[in-house]
Ligand binder design. Structure first.
Ligand code: ADP
Ligand code: ASP
Ligand code: MG
Length: 403
């Protein structure tokens, strides 16, 4: 039996915790499992490295950022291998490149294109516990790349898919997927199962417990994920493909997600001519800026206003793009103090009134909704960041997720 386990930053946050992970890995090995273990950098380490870079530059080169950030995971991988060897186990730590993880060329947000498993097969065949530094790969030019924040989840899923592992276990500091972040709403309930579809929405909308790309890939490759805690032996949550006839359709709403990493861009006095939106958003897309909600007002005197949201960490890139449109945009302003709160549930497909319930709940609590977007299975609202936690609790309650 081959199992891919992934331990996140908190789980390897200090040396005692790395020892704890080593003990857990050793136990699984002694039970007869073959193991590939993906590790994150120690908690706080990636943020610290980003701060270091920003000491020197507001806009550091993305190639060098990848050189820098990939080092965090490498430290943990080597330390875990050393701890396991000391316990008498055969273990070897590999970087993303050594593990055969090939990505595209987009530095700091690379996509995995292929995994050459020959080295992994060889090391597993030799009886090793293979520790892989998460969050990284190598591109066709031999350059180190990283996979976006939370990317070790993606490394784990991709390895599990490529190796056709029997299980992919993602260990963090929570013992599964809850109806909302249990740190914000202690009444949140742990889910026994959640579909890929709902999990993908929750993680795309800010529930960082699993990186959204990892869920997307798991769905595509049919990798069954179990989300568990490295601090307990509790059963986790299984993320799986829901089939027709599964009796989950009674669940109207399965969770509430919060994303504080949002910024709003407001463009006023935009020349209202055919093609202007295409030009602005194509330029943003060329810079890999992820535009989310978009609002355009009715035009007045040949001018219109355009508002949209992007991830906060892409704000500097967006400002640079917008500056190039000064002949077409009168003023632009940027607000980082916004958050996106979302309600997710496949049951919404077949029920009406779900959105009205959310808007009423916000109104009752005097929370102004600045932007709205909906899909078949989610409702998202942009609000003032200071109301974030309140909004999560209010929505959690109004859909009776604590029941
Ligand atoms: P790791 O560092 O192990 O990758 P993360 O910090 O990325 O772990 O993810 C775990 C965190 O996700 C939890 O501590 C929790 O605060 C947060 N979280 C957000 N939404 C949820 C949710 N719906 N269920 C469980 N945890 C959630
Ligand atoms: N260390 C990286 C991050 O903090 C990747 C990960 O932990 O998954 O985003
Ligand atoms: Mg994570």
């Amino acid at each position: 039996m081959l199992v891919v386990q992934k331990y996140g930053g908190t789980s390897v946050g200090n040396l005692e915790r790395i020892q704890n992970v080593a003990n857990r890995v050793a136990k699984a090995k002694e039970e007869g499992k073959n193991l590939v273990v993906v590790v994150s950098a120690m908690s706080g380490e990636t943020n610290k490295l980003i701060e270091y870079a920003h000491y020197f530059s507001k806009n550091p080169s993305k190639r060098e950022m990848d050189m820098l950030l990939s080092s965090g995971e490498r430290v943990t991988a080597a330390l875990l291998a050393i701890a396991l060897q000391e316990m008498g186990h055969k273990a070897i730590a590999l970087t993303g490149r050594q593990a055969g993880i090939k990505t595209d060329t987009s530095h700091t947000f690379a996509r995995i294109e292929k995994i050459d498993t020959s080295r992994l097969d060889k090391e597993l065949g030799a009886g090793n516990i293979v520790i892989v530094a998460g969050f990284q790969g190598i591109n066709e030019n031999g350059e180190v790349t990283t996979l976006g924040r939370g990317g070790s989840d993606l490394s784990a899923v991709a390895l599990a898919g490529a190796l056709k592992a029997d299980a992919c276990e993602i260990y963090s500091d929570v013992d599964g997927i809850y109806t909302t972040d249990p740190r914000i709403e202690p009444k949140a309930k742990k889910l026994e199962f959640i579909s890929y579809e709902e999990m993908l929405e929750l993680s795309s909308l800010g529930a960082k417990v699993l990186q959204n790309r990892s869920v997307e890939l798991a769905k595509k490759m049919g990798v069954k994920i179990v989300a568990r805690s490295s601090f307990s032996d509790d059963e986790g949550t299984v993320i799986y493909e829901k089939n027709e006839g599964d009796n989950m359709e009674e669940v109207l709403v399965s969770g509430v997600a919060l994303d504080k990493n949002q910024a709003r861009v407001s463009l006023r006095g935009v020349t209202d001519r055919p093609g202007i939106a295409a030009e602005i958003f194509s330029k943003l897309a060329d810079e890999n800026i992820n535009v989310d909600m978009i609002i355009q007002n009715a035009s007045n005197d040949g001018k219109t206003n355009l508002g949209f949201t992007i991830p906060q960490n892409q704000l500097e890139d967006a400002k640079r793009v917008i500056e190039n449109f000064d002949h077409d945009i009168e003023t632009s302003d940027y607000d980082e103090n916004v958050a996106k709160v979302s309600v997710v549930g496949v049951g919404m497909k077949s029920h009406s009134g779900v959105a009205a319930t959310a808007f009423n709940a916000m109104a009752k609590n005097n929370i102004n909704i600045e932007m709205i977007s909906t899909s078949e299975i989610k409702i998202s609202m942009i609000i003032d960041e200071k109301f974030s936690e309140l909004a999560v609790r209010v929505l959690h309650e109004v859909y009776e997720l604590d029941k």
